[in-house]
Design a protein around this ligand. Structure first.
Ligand code: ZN
Length: 302
């Protein structure tokens, strides 16, 4: 535990220095120093939290999200491997270097992708941007600053319901789930390939949402998604007779973004600050469902 504490303090100090050097966060140095003074107290608190065992037991070491999704930093980042069971980071997005997140999010994603692949063989989820290694910056996004955000393409299927073998970019979907256009995001590529004869793969996309929301190792705050696509997914969940508690939660969490493009070409997943990060200054914006959802809205934890 003492070694883990040292690693954590080193990471925090290192992050504070780099924050100061890069000037990534206005007023961030003063804030970080103020938080550093609380490290002793925080470590004492952590030592009695059972969750810290899980955090520090990871061979990847502790990672911390600091600040908010739009004004933050990432310490001890974990890279999402370029590919794994049921997913790959799309090469054009991988080249942008935004493949880092807190370990809780990386773990939750890899588990969810693998579960979808297991239930529906052949599934490949394409992943877009996560965060930079140290977070901050974000010329390409308003958020993705603190290792708690990830963009994931929607699954697409052909007429037989099979996954498409190759996707040169994201696909933009119309309100009925049909393919509308290529979307290269900010990769500045123009796609010349003809649009595939395909549609939004509701079965796999709902399966991914359900697995992300059910993961025991992370807490999803929002999945930003175009409202008509959210409606299609919720209808799919009803058709599949999804668990009512899960469905109720999905209705709250699938959310049309109010200050961004419609998200008809990808979903954007944001997780809440994990406990260890919260102690060190990770701040959630928006509803604090994490405080009450289990007890008030979610029924007993299972
Ligand atoms: Zn995003």
């Amino acid at each position: 535990m003492a070694r883990a504490a040292n690693v954590l303090v080193d990471a925090l100090v290192d992050g504070a220095r780099s924050t100061a050097r890069e000037g990534a966060i206005k007023g961030g140095v003063r804030d970080v120093l103020r938080r550093l003074r609380r490290v002793g107290l925080a470590m004492a608190a952590l030592s009695v939290l059972p969750s810290c065992v899980g955090v520090f037991a990871s061979p990847a070491g502790p990672s911390l999200s600091w600040g908010t999704h739009s004004h933050g930093a990432l310490l001890g980042a974990v890279a999402l491997p370029a590919e794994g069971d049921g997913y790959q980071v799309h090469p054009d997005w991988r080249a942008r270097g935004r493949t880092f997140a807190i370990e809780e999010l990386v773990g939750g994603l890899t588990r969810a992708f693998a579960q979808v692949e297991q239930a529906a063989p052949g599934s490949v989820a394409y992943v877009g941007d996560l965060s930079l290694r140290r977070g901050g910056d974000s010329s390409m996004h308003r958020s993705h600053e603190s290792g708690r955000d990830v963009d994931i393409f929607y699954y697409a299927a052909d007429r037989e319901g099979d996954p498409l073998p190759h996707l040169p970019a994201m696909l933009r979907f119309a309100d009925d789930g049909s393919v509308a256009a290529w979307s290269a995001g900010k990769t500045a590529r123009s796609i010349r390939e003809p649009l595939p004869d395909a549609h939004l793969d509701l079965r796999r996309t709902w399966a991914l949402v359900a697995n992300l929301l059910s993961d025991p190792g992370m807490e999803v705050q929002w999945i930003f998604i175009h409202k008509p696509i959210a409606d299609l997914l919720l209808q799919e969940a009803e058709r599949e007779k999804a668990d009512p508690a899960l469905l109720a939660r999905a209705r709250e969490i699938l959310h049309q973004p109010t200050d961004a493009r419609p998200h008809d070409d990808h979903m954007h997943v944001r997780v809440f600050c994990p406990t260890a990060s919260r102690v060190f200054g990770c701040a959630d914006k928006g509803p604090r469902r994490w405080l009450k959802k289990r007890w008030k809205y979610m029924g007993p934890a299972s």
